[in-house]
Design a protein around this ligand. Structure first.
Ligand code: SF4
Length: 322
């Protein structure tokens, strides 16, 4: 049986939004009652369109954003109850890799200084040990130790993301939350960085949450995939099962848009009307305005995320047994 490293329970992150009548405050439900587990050593992909709440979920787990409610159990400890200081210490075990390595690396610092910083923050090693560790991790991510003397602007996009990955690894974390880590890179470089992340996962026994909008990329690296729509997980399954037999109409539509590298195989295109912003609703299924199968029940009742096959859960009334 696999060990659960992270357990997210009923996580919510709401942002206040003023309505036209200035006394009333409504909320943008960026993360709306999300629950999932991440097993030790696996990669859980979180996928969805821009604005679906996937990045906010990652940042709320890290407590870069404070959760509105819910719990985040990491190794049995609820991160949402930790003090700010306690959470800072816990970030030694949970690190993040960002989409834009250029924006996330201080342009005025050498790579040596950037990589040493997390070690200094967490009081790891003396000056000589830190220097050695920086050289070791530069090599682990496929760079040379002399690259430590350079500044971020002196690297290509792919090399900068390798620096971003090395920085995340410096404190020997157990969990890495990678938020669109290859989206800003050329396709050829994307494959190199994905292969690097897979090799590091095996060598260093890492667990990943891999957030992306591109289903092709997520498939390449994930053991299981959670599909998000408007702040909710609408489908969660093992990668193979999800790609072979997507159940939720939204997942079906997303997958029908992914090109297949086999010219003899044609998949039926499923076009969904509107965009994510046009489908906000207070009652029923959040996908109802865009769903070709919506019924009156969908307008009235929110579908629960229910396991309909072993390891394959979906939130859609089409699969309800009531
Ligand atoms: Fe479509 Fe209804 Fe399923 Fe929502 S619950 S995805 S509206 S069929």
């Amino acid at each position: 049986m696999q060990n659960v490293l992270l357990k997210v329970n009923n996580l919510k992150k709401y942002f206040p939004k003023r309505t036209t009548s200035f006394k009333k405050i409504s909320h943008v439900k960026a993360v709306d009652d999300v629950s999932f587990e991440v097993f030790e050593g696996e990669t859980l992909g979180i996928v969805g369109e821009s604005g679906c709440g996937k990045s906010t979920t990652g940042r709320t787990i890290m407590r870069l954003l404070e959760p509105t409610s819910g719990s985040i159990e990491f190794n049995g400890e609820d991160l949402s109850r930790l003090s700010k200081k306690g959470m800072r210490q816990k970030r030694r075990d949970i690190q993040m890799v960002f989409q834009d390595p250029y924006a996330s690396l201080n342009p005025r610092h050498t790579v040596q200084k950037i990589l040493e910083e997390p070690l200094i923050v967490h009081g790891i090693g003396n000056s000589q040990e830190r220097k050695e560790k920086v050289a070791e991790y530069l090599e682990i991510v496929g760079l040379d130790s002399y690259h430590g003397k350079r500044y971020p602007h002196q690297f290509s996009g792919g090399q900068r993301q390798r620096v971003g990955i090395a920085r995340a690894l410096m404190t020997n974390p157990k969990l890495i939350i990678a938020d669109e880590p290859v989206s800003a890179l050329d396709v050829s470089i994307q494959a190199q960085v994905l292969n690097l992340m897979q090799r590091l996962q095996e060598d260093l026994k890492l667990t990943y949450i891999f957030i992306a909008h591109d289903l092709g990329v997520v498939r390449h690296i994930s053991d299981r995939v959670a599909v998000m729509y408007l702040g909710s997980v609408v489908e969660l399954a093992e990668s193979e099962s999800l790609y072979a037999e997507p159940l939720h109409p939204y997942t079906q539509a997303l997958l029908s848009a992914v090109p297949i590298p086999d010219p003899t195989f044609e998949r039926e295109k499923m076009i969904i009307a509107g965009d994510i912003a046009s489908s906000v609703t207070d009652t029923g299924c959040k996908f109802q305005a865009r769903c070709p199968y919506a019924t009156i029940t969908c307008k009235m009742k929110i579908p629960d995320l229910v396991e309909v096959k072993p390891g394959h859960s979906v939130a859609c009334h089409l699969y309800s047994t009531d």
